[in-house]
Write a protein that binds this ligand. Structure first.
Ligand SMILES: [Zn+2]
Ligand SMILES: [Zn+2]
Length: 371
């Protein structure tokens, strides 16, 4: 009998443990499933939160160990019986590069029925999966990824490199869906708190959606320069405007003494929320994307929302349509914006701890693992 083929994975046992490289048998795709060979897996902010311990998975009841990682691009290794196309009906064959949603909405709850399956409570549970039971490969930091039947998948256009397309299935799609959810309209003003990967994408997407003015706030010069390259009309340097009231005052000044119509939070610390709400003009919408770690708190004056008619919208996941739009957006604008500058360095799977350490120290904006 032929020996079972095995694939490597970086296995995460929880806080304080280094990643362990383990081998698992490579699963045969069941009917409707797809076995993907990983090409590039990024370290996203939320992976960093877990690795650093801002989120204690085991304490939240997650069965361990797990394979982390959810931002990735792969290629079809094997199609399960009955799979002939991607989720947009394009023909799919072994060797085709693909991106996919790293979560699977249930399709049967109130949110799913409403068409907002990004808010499906079951979807969030499918993001991180225990890796001991088959099919094992349900996280990005491994040689393979197993797409279960009905998981959203799209073929990657040939004109997009792995580097450019790898963040599409998390950062970029989340930003596109988020800006749609807050109803960003042509001619509105947008302020973005934080110029990491999400903030940079939000800048370009807001411009492409017709924002008249995009203002980006950060304290790191390289990031502010990158924001300008991605279309920021104005930047606010936190090293110059050190106080919260100075920054919100500047946003008001830049928006005709009114405040932004939309403010996007992509810093990931609850403390920035009151400042962000202060930057909003009356009737403005606050898009909360950055704070993904539970059990962190901030003090708010809710009357500020009530009296001024402001609202807060939280978004973590996105619709299947948003991922398709991400690919189309990248194809359309790849020569307009320097997308290759968002990623900085790549590491082999064996050096995954080093990749996390470097990104944690801020030595890298977005690192990749190439298994
Ligand atoms: Zn992510
Ligand atoms: Zn659902």
């Amino acid at each position: 009998m032929a020996k079972t083929k095995k694939g490597r994975a970086a296995v995460y046992h929880g806080l304080g443990h280094p990643m362990e490289i383990r081998e698992y048998p490579v699963p045969e795709p069941e009917p409707g499933a797809i076995l993907v060979k990983m090409r590039r897996a990024n370290i996203c902010g939320s992976d960093l939160h877990m690795w650093r311990g801002d989120v204690d998975l085991a304490a939240l009841g997650q069965p361990m160990p797990v394979i982390l990682g959810h931002e990735m691009v792969g290629e079809v290794a094997k199609l399960g019986e009955g799979v002939t196309t991607d989720s947009a009906g394009q023909p799919l064959s072994p060797g085709d590069r693909v991106v996919y949603r790293y979560f699977v909405p249930c399709g049967r709850c109130k949110a799913c029925l409403r068409g907002d399956d990004a808010a499906c409570p079951a979807a969030y549970i499918t993001v991180v999966n225990p890796c001991e039971p088959p099919p094992h490969f349900r996280g990005a930091y491994a040689e393979y990824y197993y797409l279960i039947p009905h998981q959203t998948v799209f073929k990657v256009p040939d004109d997009l490199s792995d580097e450019i397309v790898a963040p599409a299935n998390c950062a970029l799609s989340e930003v596109i869906y988020g800006l749609e959810r807050v109803g960003l309209r042509f001619g509105e003003t947008v302020a973005i708190q934080g110029a990491g990967g999400l903030g940079i994408y939000a800048t370009a997407v807001a411009k492409e959606m017709g924002a008249a003015k995009v203002i980006v706030i950060d304290g790191i010069e390289d990031r502010l320069n990158l924001a300008k390259a991605f279309g920021a009309d104005e930047v606010i340097d936190m090293r110059e405007l050190k106080e919260s009231y100075e920054r919100s005052g500047r946003v008001k000044e830049l928006t005709g003494n009114w405040g932004a119509d939309v403010v996007v939070e992509v810093v990931g610390f609850p403390q920035v929320i009151p400042e962000g709400l202060d930057m909003l003009g009356n009737g403005g919408r606050y898009l909360e994307l950055g704070n993904v770690s539970p059990l962190k708190y901030v003090e708010l004056d809710p009357a500020m929302l009530v009296i001024n008619g402001k609202s807060i919208v939280g978004v973590a996941l996105y619709t299947a349509e948003a991922l398709k739009k991400s690919l189309d957006f990248l194809s359309r604008t790849k020569d307009k914006y320097p997308f290759d500058k968002i990623l900085c360095c790549s590491y082999p799977l064996e050096k995954i701890d080093k990749a996390f350490e470097d990104q944690n120290k801020g030595l890298a904006t977005r690192t990749s693992i190439i298994p």
